[in-house]
Design a protein around this ligand. Structure first.
Ligand code: PLP
Length: 414
């Protein structure tokens, strides 16, 4: 096609000879190409288009709002839709949050959470809290702060010399991959908690501003939920050492696993700050946010006196996420050959393939009419994160296309 460069290829200086098909329109869970070919969007881009494509209710709301008022600067005005959106999330969060900030991208939300944590400690007269503990096998975005927090080796490598040294990395929490043979899940979690505590102690606990984790790790590891009890242990450590706990739910949150927030499906452990994005406007507008706990909000307010889409609730889409997610998971296990682990929650599933075939399977899926998301080369896995409107029949079609793609790739290998 024309002069558009794929952003990751440009940044990673990869060859861009690959021809991308041209997408011209959308219809529910389908993306339609110029020649009319319909592609089942099995990953919602990268877990973004959760309401599917060309959803009239959303389009009408955008048009109506743009007619009334398209933009006001947040330093001078507030506006009702933004206030209502913030209130909406606060009311769905079991008391975890009392304020929200809205931004444009997931990376920007992470940058903001990093800065809010710093600001909080400054307000508490703790200027020495300048370090952040994130984890290996994570992805938090492409801007310099977010990439410094991330540990996706391929995306970091070219920029390593300019990344921020204030980010430390602890082990990923991936029990099914890293648990020792016969090791119990709670013993595995004990080890990780011990390692995290040692890191706090080595760095000096009073220098740690925040711990940043994805409750279900997306792009780098492929839909890996935190082991049972792990998030609670992080919460306890942060409380013990006066550090904030930041959950990055840009990819796994806002209904993707069947509850509003992923942590609500993972033992109910609440963060101090939480980033949201992607599904927030389902790809119809660039919008992200940071949800702020009452503790942090009150501190910021005291010290400085600083300063919709509702479609999901109305249609029981989260119920659909849970029901069709279970079906999809079961069918992937029973019908697709060469599959290792199928993991994840709701409509956020990681499919580990037996042998190095994930990249070829992704291409073979597209040839058969299904878009699936290729994880980082750290794992040999694809992610399925289809729109929340996926029907059981469409789930069946998606599995069938993946099955055929895997069969074709593995028969080429033999
Ligand atoms: N955080 C997580 C967990 C992500 O998966 C991503 C993007 O994939 C980001 C942050 C960055 O979001 P954006 O691409 O909107 O900047």
């Amino acid at each position: 096609m024309g002069p558009i460069e794929h952003p990751q290829s440009a940044l990673l200086q990869r060859s861009t000879t690959k021809q991308y098909p041209e997408a011209v329109s959308g219809d529910g869970v389908y993306i339609i190409q110029e020649d009319g070919t319909r592609i089942l969007d099995g990953c919602s881009g990268a877990a973004i288009s959760c309401l599917g494509h060309s959803e009239q209710v959303v389009i009408d709301a955008i048009v109506e709002q743009a007619r009334k008022l398209s933009f006001v600067h947040g330093s001078f005005f507030t506006n009702r839709p933004a206030e209502e959106l913030a209130q909406h999330f606060i009311s769905l969060s079991d008391g975890a949050f009392s304020k929200a900030v809205f931004l444009s991208s997931g990376s920007e939300a992470i940058e903001t959470a990093i800065k809010l944590a710093r600001h909080y400690h400054l307000c508490k007269q703790q200027p020495k809290r300048t370090k952040y503990i994130a984890r290996y096998g994570s992805y938090h975005g492409n801007t310099i702060g977010a990439l410094s927090a991330s540990f996706n080796p391929v995306r970091r490598e070219p920029f390593e010399p300019i990344l921020s040294p204030v980010f430390r990395h602890a082990s990923a929490c991936h029990y099914s991959r890293d648990g020792l043979p016969g090791e119990r899940e709670d013993d595995y979690v004990d080890q990780l908690a011990l390692e995290m505590e040692q890191l706090f102690i080595e760095e000096g606990p009073s220098t740690v501003a925040a711990v940043i984790v994805e409750p279900v790790v997306g792009a780098t590891l492929g839909a890996v939920p935190a082991a049972k009890g792990y998030l609670r242990r992080l919460r306890q450590l942060c409380d013990r050492y006066g550090s904030l706990l930041i959950f990055d739910e840009v990819m796994c949150g806002l209904g993707r696993v069947g509850t509003t927030h992923a942590w609500q499906s993972l033992g109910g452990v609440q963060p101090d700050l939480q980033t949201i994005g992607k599904g927030l406007a389902a790809g119809y507008q660039p919008i992200s946010g940071v949800l702020i706990s009452p503790t942090v909000a009150d501190q910021l307010e005291q010290s400085s006196k600083a300063n919709a889409f509702r479609t999901i609730d109305k249609r029981d889409l989260l119920g659909n996420v849970r029901r069709v997610g279970e079906l999809l998971e079961a069918q992937l296990r029973s019908r697709v050959p060469c599959v290792g682990e199928v993991r994840g929650m709701g409509l956020f599933l990681g499919v580990e393939l037996a042998g190095p075939m994930a990249s070829r399977v992704t291409d073979a899926c597209l040839e058969r009419g299904a878009a699936v998301y290729l994880c980082s080369p750290v794992v040999n896995a694809i992610i399925l994160a289809p729109p929340f409107i996926l029907t059981p029949e469409e789930a069946h079609d998606l599995v069938e296309m993946i099955r055929e793609a895997v069969l074709a790739v593995s028969s080429n290998d033999n």
